[in-house]
Design a protein around this ligand. Structure first.
Ligand code: ADP
Ligand code: MG
Length: 693
C-alpha cells in the first residue's frame, strides 16, 4: 500500500485551484497522467530573462526588454492591413508598440494616455525607430513583481498556457511533503545535491540556462532518484526469482544429438556459447530467468529448441510463446518435423484453435503426450494445464514488462524462463529494462549470408522506383512495401497504407496485397499465405510485418518515409528480406529536407547491417527513450533521466541497488524504509508488493 505521506502527490490535478474540467483533460494529455506527481515531473524547458531594463537611448535591438514607460499617443490604423500603434516613452526616447488584429477598445483601456506602464517584450529597430510588436505583458507598476523577471517556460499543449502551468506547478510544489532521504548520505554529500523537495523546487525555478541541462545538480539528483527506483525495483524482482527453488535440469543429450545431426548446418560458435550459458542455468538450483539477444537471422530458434529439448530429455515439457499467430505457426513449422523425427510431438495452441481440436490438445497436454507446446498468449490461460512444464521460452517479447514476466513465471512449476528478442538493445538499456535478468547475446551470424544492398532515395523518385520494381516482379521477384508511421495514430497509418495500396494496384493489378494491424488475424494470415505461395508478389504493409514474418523468397523491400522510423525498427524491417541466401535490396525513401541527424541516421542504415552497432549509434544520436520507436514503449519509461546524459548515474544506481539488497534485503532499515517511499513515488508498487509486510 502506498504510504500516506505520498497521498498529496497522487491526488488528481483537478484538485488544484484553477483547474476546471477542460484544463484537467488537457493536462492529462500533456503530462501523460493526471496526478500531481505527473505535473511535478513535467520540468521546464526554458527561461525568459526579463532582467534587461535599459534606458531606450542605450538599448540593444533584438533583446527582450522590460521597460517602464509613459503612454504618449494612440495611432489608429487607416486600413485593415495596418497595425494599431501606441507611442510610449521613457526619459531618454520613444518607442512604438505595434498590434495587429486587436480591438482598439481593449488597447485603450490597457494603455490610457499619460498612464505609466511596465512592458516587456522583444525590442526591434525599424527605420531608426524603436518598436515592440505585441508585448508579452503590459502591467501597472504595482502589478509587477521581481519574480516576473525570470519567467519559466514549460513544454505546452493546446489548451494550456505558460501562465496556467506556472500557477499549477507552484501549487503542486507547495504540496510536496518533506520526505525521508533515500540516497546514501555520503554519496549525497559528495555530489553536493539538495534533498528531494529542494531539488524539485529548484528544478522548477531555473535561474540560468545551465540549470536546464540534464547534468545540472537538481536534475541529476531527480534523475538519480528515478534511476535508483528503476534499478531497485528490478533488483527486487530478481531477488525474488532467485529465491525460488528451481529444478536441476540436466538431460542426457540424446535428443539434442539426434536433432543436431538432422540439421543441415552446424551451430555457430556464438550459438554454442549461448547454449552453454543456458545449460548451466538449467542445471543450477535456482530458477533461470535469462534474456537472449540475437540479431534477426542469427539463429535463435535452434537455440530455443535445443534448450527445450534439454528439459524434454528429463521427461518434462516445454513451451514457446510468440507474440502473434503467424509467428507461432512459423515456430511450429520449424520445430514439429524435427521433433517428429525423434519420436516426439509438438502442437500449436492459439486463441483460434477451438472446439474438439482444442479439447484434444488440452487433454494430451495434461496427460504428458505433448512434449513441446507452441503458441501465443493463449498458452497461459488458466485451463491450459501441463503435466510437467519445466521450460518456457518467450519469443520477441520486448513489449513484455517486468511485471508480466513475474506473473508468467508464477504459472509454471518452477519452470525456467528464456526471453528472446531480436531487437538489438544497447547495453545501457538492457540494464534499465531487463536488469532483473541474466543476459546472453548471439554476436555472430551464420556464414554465407549475402549483404543487403541498401539505398537511400528521395520520395519524389517514387514512380521510378515503382517502375523498377515492376521489372523485378515481372522477372519473378517478391517484395514488401512498408508504409510510414503517421504520427501516433494507427488510423492514419492505415489510411496511408490503403492509399498506397490503391495507387500500386494501378501499376501491379492483382499482384498486390495489403496487410495491416487492424485486420482480423484470419484475413491477415490469408494474405500472408498468398504472398508465401507467390500468388501475390508485392505486399503492402504497415509495420505489422516487423516481427518475425518469414518468406525467404522476398528479397526486395521499399520503406516509405524511412526518416520517420527508429533505426532499430528499420533494421528489424530490413531483416525480413535477409532470410534466404540470395542477394537482397532495400530502398529507404525519405521526404526532404532531412536534418543533419536525419541524414546521418539513414547513412548508418546504408553502411551497417550490425544491429548492435546501429542501436548504439541511434542511442547516441537520439538519446534514450525513442530508441525502438515510441510505439514500442517498453523503453520510454523515464520521465527525467536521459539515457545519453545520465549513463554514469545509471551504473551507480545499479551498484547501489545491489548493495542495498545485500545489506538490507527486506528494506527494513531507516534507509530501507525511505527507499520504499521512493519506489512508490516512482510507481513501482508491484515490486514493493512482493514484500509481504
Ligand atoms: P532468428 O534469430 O531471427 O530467430 P532463425 O532462428 O529464424 O533466426 O534462423 C534464421 C535462419 O538461419 C533459419 O533458416 C535457420 O535454419 C538458419 N540457421 C540457424 N542457425 C544456423 C547456423 N548455425 N548455420 C546456418 N544457418 C543457420
Ligand atoms: Mg525468430
Amino acid at each position: 500500500m502506498r504510504p500516506e505521506i505520498l497521498y498529496p502527490l497522487f491526488a488528481s490535478v483537478g484538485s488544484l485551484s484553477g483547474v476546471g474540467d477542460k484544463a484537467h483533460k488537457f493536462l492529462n494529455t500533456l503530462l501523460g497522467g493526471d496526478k500531481i506527481v505527473n505535473l511535478l515531473w513535467h520540468l521546464p524547458s526554458g527561461i525568459v530573462d526579463r532582467t534587461y531594463s535599459p534606458r531606450l537611448s542605450e538599448a540593444v535591438a533584438g533583446r527582450i526588454c522590460t521597460l517602464k514607460v509613459r503612454v504618449v499617443e494612440h495611432i489608429a490604423p487607416k486600413t485593415n492591413r495596418q497595425p494599431y500603434r501606441v507611442v510610449v516613452e521613457d526619459e531618454s526616447g520613444r518607442l512604438e508598440l505595434i498590434f495587429f488584429k486587436v480591438y482598439a477598445d481593449s488597447i485603450k483601456k490597457n494603455l490610457p494616455d499619460g498612464a505609466v506602464r511596465i512592458i516587456s517584450g522583444k525590442l526591434e529597430s525599424f527605420n531608426g525607430m524603436w518598436q515592440m510588436p505585441h508585448p508579452d505583458f503590459i502591467l501597472r507598476p504595482e502589478q509587477f513583481s521581481d519574480d516576473m523577471k525570470k519567467e519559466t517556460v514549460y513544454p505546452l499543449t493546446a489548451g494550456i498556457t505558460g501562465k496556467m502551468i506556472r500557477k499549477f506547478a507552484a501549487q503542486a510544489l507547495a504540496r510536496v511533503p518533506q520526505l525521508p532521504e533515500w540516497i546514501d548520505a555520503e554519496f549525497l554529500r559528495r555530489q553536493n545535491w539538495k534533498g528531494f523537495k529542494g531539488a524539485l523546487a529548484a528544478a522548477h525555478h531555473p535561474e540560468y540556462e545551465s540549470d536546464l541541462e540534464p547534468w545540472s545538480g537538481e536534475r541529476s539528483r531527480l534523475a538519480y532518484d528515478e534511476l535508483l527506483a528503476n534499478q531497485l525495483a528490478l533488483a527486487i524482482v530478481r531477488q525474488k526469482v532467485r529465491k525460488q527453488p528451481g529444478r536441476e535440469i540436466r538431460g542426457n543429450g540424446m535428443l539434442r544429438k539426434k536433432v543436431l545431426e538432422a540439421l543441415p548446418f552446424a551451430l555457430t560458435s556464438a550459438q554454442q556459447k549461448v547454449l552453454d550459458e543456458i545449460y548451466a542455468d538449467q542445471a543450477a538450483k535456482f530458477r533461470m530467468l535469462r534474456l537472449l539477444q540475437g540479431d534477426v537471422g542469427s539463429g535463435k530458434t535452434v537455440v530455443a529448441l535445443l534448450s527445450m529439448l534439454n528439459a524434454v530429455e528429463c521427461g518434462a515439457q516445454a513451451a514457446i510463446m510468440a507474440p502473434t499467430e503467424i509467428l507461432a505457426k512459423q515456430h511450429l513449422e520449424t520445430i514439429a518435423p524435427l521433433l517428429e523425427n525423434v519420436g516426439l510431438r509438438a502442437e500449436l495452441l492459439t486463441g483460434r484453435i477451438k472446439g474438439k481440436t482444442r479439447a484434444k490438445i488440452l487433454e494430451d497436454l495434461e496427460a504428458g503426450k505433448i512434449n513441446i507446446l507452441v503458441g501465443t498468449h493463449a498458452l497461459f490461460q488458466e485451463n491450459v494445464i501441463f503435466k510437467d512444464l519445466a521450460f518456457v521460452v518467450v519469443d520477441e517479447q520486448h513489449r513484455f514488462g517486468v511485471h508480466q514476466r513475474l506473473s508468467l513465471s508464477e504459472k509454471g512449476n518452477q519452470a525456467d524462463m528464456l526471453v528472446m528478442t531480436a531487437t538489438p538493445i544497447p547495453r545501457t538499456l538492457v540494464l534499465t529494462a531487463y536488469g532483473d535478468m541474466e543476459y546472453s547475446k548471439i554476436d555472430q551470424m551464420p556464414e554465407g549470408r549475402k549483404p543487403t544492398d541498401t539505398r537511400v532515395l528521395p520520395i519524389d523518385k517514387l514512380s521510378e522506383v515503382a517502375a523498377g520494381l515492376k521489372r523485378r516482379l515481372d522477372g519473378g521477384a517478391r517484395a514488401y512495401w512498408v508504409c510510414p508511421l503517421v504520427e501516433e495514430s494507427e488510423k492514419l497509418d492505415l489510411a496511408a497504407a490503403e492509399e498506397r495500396f490503391a495507387s500500386l494496384q494501378k501499376v501491379f493489378g492483382n499482384k498486390v496485397g495489403l496487410v495491416h494491424g487492424k485486420m482480423k488475424e484470419k484475413d491477415k494470415d490469408a494474405v500472408m499465405e498468398r504472398f508465401k505461395k507467390g500468388e501475390i508478389s508485392l505486399l503492402v504493409a504497415t509495420t505489422v510485418i516487423e516481427v518475425g514474418v518469414n518468406v525467404p523468397e522476398a528479397t526486395i523491400m521499399v520503406i516509405e518515409h524511412a526518416e520517420r522510423f527508429g533505426l532499430a525498427q528499420l533494421h528489424q524491417l530490413r531483416g525480413r528480406i535477409k532470410r534466404g541466401c540470395s542477394a537482397s535490396t532495400c530502398l529507404l525513401m525519405y521526404a526532404g529536407p532531412l536534418s543533419e541527424t536525419g541524414k546521418e541516421r539513414l547513412n548508418i542504415m546504408k553502411h551497417s547491417e550490425d544491429g548492435f552497432e546501429i542501436a548504439e549509434k541511434d542511442l547516441e544520436l537520439r538519446g534514450g527513450g525513442e530508441i525502438l520507436g515510441t510505439r514500442q514503449s517498453g523503453f520510454t519509461m523515464f520521465r527525467i533521466a536521459d539515457m545519453s546524459a545520465h549513463k554514469n548515474l545509471l551504473h551507480i544506481a545499479n551498484q547501489d541497488a545491489k548493495m542495498i539488497l545485500e545489506t538490507d534485503p527486506e528494506l527494513k532499515s531507516e534507509r530501507g524504509k525511505a527507499l520504499r517511499v521512493l519506489l512508490y513515488l516512482f510507481e513501482k508498487d508491484d515490486s514493493v508488493r512482493t514484500y509481504k509486510a
